[in-house]
Design a protein around this ligand. Sequence first.
Ligand code: TYM
Length: 329
Amino acid sequence: MKRSLSAVKPTGKLTLGNYIGALKNFPSFQNEYDNFIFVADLHALTLPIDPEYLRNNTRDLVALYLACGLDPNKTTIFLQSDVSEHSELNSILQNYLYMGELSRMTQFKDKSQKMNQNAIGLGLFAYPVLMCADILLYDADVVPIGEDQKQHVELCRDLVHRFNTRYQKDVFVMPEPTIPHVGARIMSLSDPTKKMSKSDEKGDIFLLEDLKSIEKKIMRATTDLGSDIYFDKENKPGISNLLTVYASLKDITIDEATEHFKDCHRYGDFKKEVAAVVCEEIKKIQDRYNEIIASNLVDEVLKEGAEKAKKVAKETLKRVQQTVGIYGK
Ligand code: TYM
């Protein structure tokens, strides 16, 4: 059985962008693939974060994985920090990636540009190395992600090629990024030319946000001049973003969504319908989340998940250690 693997960083409250680009798609892999989904808590340390906030986000994220349809009997759900092999493989792989290629990563450039240039953490710079370790440790064939992570998986592919060529054997499996056709990049509601990210209160919709507040944000979403509803990313970024959200949640194509709204000539009516679909979906998730967070399920799932993940990770690490000449027992 082929293996699928993905993760989310618990750096903030999960957004509708995280849901549409990633979480919503994770359960579809659990029937056809040996599915591994984890919480990238070590990655969350690459920028300063309050420990209590991180702990709560981590717990919420696991509960949200389950609320979004991941079944712990079909998917191995675990914390990155519970499997020390991630860090061990990271320390080997850092010797096979180059500073030049890491400094060209868009996410690093975006984040570091806003920082004091003398205080950019090494972990932020080396972030993609750990991500390569995450993927390669599990021999993942496919990696379901949103568009912003594609460059990191491509770097991982370069690394696999480099490593396997150097040792002249298929030590690592070549991973394939899987990006949704609709909704790979959900934009901010307040500025639809920017990506919706965990740190933009006004432009974000959070999965655990009050439904009234979500509705308000959608009704106030920045739109463009005009009154017709059609997809045109350049000239109508706000409308195109809302159409994408609608199409994704309805599991239809952008063309089908445009057809649905062809007789609607008022942005207000259009936004109301989008808001209703978003609130309906998020309410289902919140109801399940509330049940899960009040139970012991999160701890039980993580305990079992860590054991299963460790078994696979240990084997891979041993294979890599033996390949490079470390005495892997
Ligand atoms: P993170 O936590 O930034 O995002 C989690 C997932 O959500 C997707 N995403 C979006 N999709 C559509 N529209 C948006 N506005 C949007 N914002 C975020 C991301 O593409 C991602 O799929 N480095 C990763 C976590 C990670 C990982 C891994 C992923 C660590 N190791 C190994 C896959 C495999 C990250 O920071 O995702």
